[in-house]
Design a protein around this ligand. Sequence first.
Ligand code: GLC
Length: 616
Amino acid sequence: MTSDVEVTYRKRFDRHFEELRWLYMELYSNSSMFAELCDTMERFSRARSASLKERDLRKEADPDWYKDSDQIGMSLYVQNFGGNLQGVRNRLDYIEKCNVNVIHLMPFLESPKGRNDGGYAVSDYRKVRPDLGDMDDLQALTESCHKRGISVGMDFVLNHTSDDHEWARRARAGEGEYMSRYYFYNNPEVVRKFEETVPQAFPETAPGNFTYVPECGHYVMTTFYPYQWDLNYHNPRVFNEMVYNFLYLANRGMDMMCLIAHPYIWKEPGTSCCSLPQVHTITRLLRMIVEIVCPSVLLMSDAAFRPEDALPYFGTAEKPECHILYNAATMAAVWNSVATRDAFLLKNQLDMLSSFSAAHVFENYLRNHDDISWNLDYDLLRGQGIMEISHKKYLNDYFRGYSGSSNSRGELCNVDYVNEDARFCGRTASMCGIERAGFEGSDEMMDSSIRMDIMLHALLFMLPGLPVLYSGDEIGQVNDYSYKDDPEKARDARYICRGPMNWKLTENIDSPDTVQGRLFHALDILEKIRKEEKAFGSEAECWTLDTHAKEILGFCRYRNEEKITGLFNFSEHSQTAWINEENAGCRDLVTGEPVQTGSIVMDPYAFRYLKTKKSD
Ligand code: GLC
């Protein structure tokens, strides 16, 4: 007899079968590998626990759950946050106190010590790094999270494995079957041709896109670090096996899989090897596989492009690809406004984001574990006489605290002397001045820095999409320079943002006169407003507002006759916003006080959430 579960599986499978087969055959024209894929998918579906199957049904019935304004995320490193997986589980009360209900676990799978790019060089996709626990601990964590209504995401490194992965070891030993899972060439001319068109991911720390492997006398493609070997998705064995790894992890209770180095998974000579059409075919295949086997799982892409360039990664309404995309561009535009006291570029970008459909969900954040690569709209800036190279230099100097009236602290990474480019690394609190103010014991600077930090978070919560805090930002944790003492990390300044959580500081979160207390309390208010107010819902209409003050960004959300106007002053001076909209009965959502619109004086680094009801 067929069970309900089997009937459900069949329905999902039948719904996608034609397209799944079509795309797979288009890419691989290999029917036996396709048959193997289908059989294995069914096996993973059967192996899924009853509670995950139930979760699948619930999420299928409410497919837009992740768009709700009550979803607030936090990304964290297991070792930094809880020591290990069990430790993270012990800290779930704190996660809840932060009003967070989506945690994004940074890499925790097995990867060789010292040669792992922060965990992004996986040597075994089915094994947790031994010092962090094991798969049972992972499952126990996801189960505990689910019981509390917390979803769990992880990074799934799609593009490459560690050179210590079994496949890489066997390839190095010259086994053809395994060499064909990577891009191996013995002709330096082919390598040279690739280098002509493929840009450099890490020009300073890992120049070039190939690494010579003396053991087998070949060059292997390594877009990132030399020990991260690019997987060859031209080979259906690679696709199938990576899908099985994906499903294995999904069955441990993952709700969101962030596809790492996603745009790079398909390579062709003579191209940039980035965002090629086949990347979309593979993503679409993955999306259908998810919808068949584990429909509660979300696909997220780390395609860190400008929003308009990242859009194709959502696919179309009929043929969706990813559910969520990282919004690295808005993050960069926000910090650009901080350095220039000018919201023009940011406003322009938010205009574009607001014009996208509600189906396009971006993950917004102020800072994360990576650098800022200043991927701004230079065509637009050029119109204002601002040139790319000099502007990037200005921003990098500014945020290192070298120029302008900057209190920021941080460091550069991947300085590209040829193209005069560099990226900046620093944590939110340090970039706002909290680190400097603390060292110098300046109350005035501290006050201004905290105000900026809160204003930026208020903006983060206002943006359409999923807001994700970077663990430690809620207590203003600053840069960690200890990576310099570790020779394996010292050359990669991104580790400045990857220090351990300072739990001692969390003891202050209820003391309003401390840095931690001020920040935590302010964020708590903002998070609760975001979760409660209807106009923060994903169906809200959003638009930017002309404030007639270049330092003040205005952003409105409107839904069900309720409007919230957000004003954000990027200047250390008071500024006046001129609001030319009907705002009768307007009140400040934070203070509850009535506000007369027209001209609104904004204190240094102040923000306002102003609510108007049509009926008022
Ligand atoms: C992703 C990660 C980054 C890593 C890269 C290559 O972009 O965010 O930290 O270096 O992948 O593995």
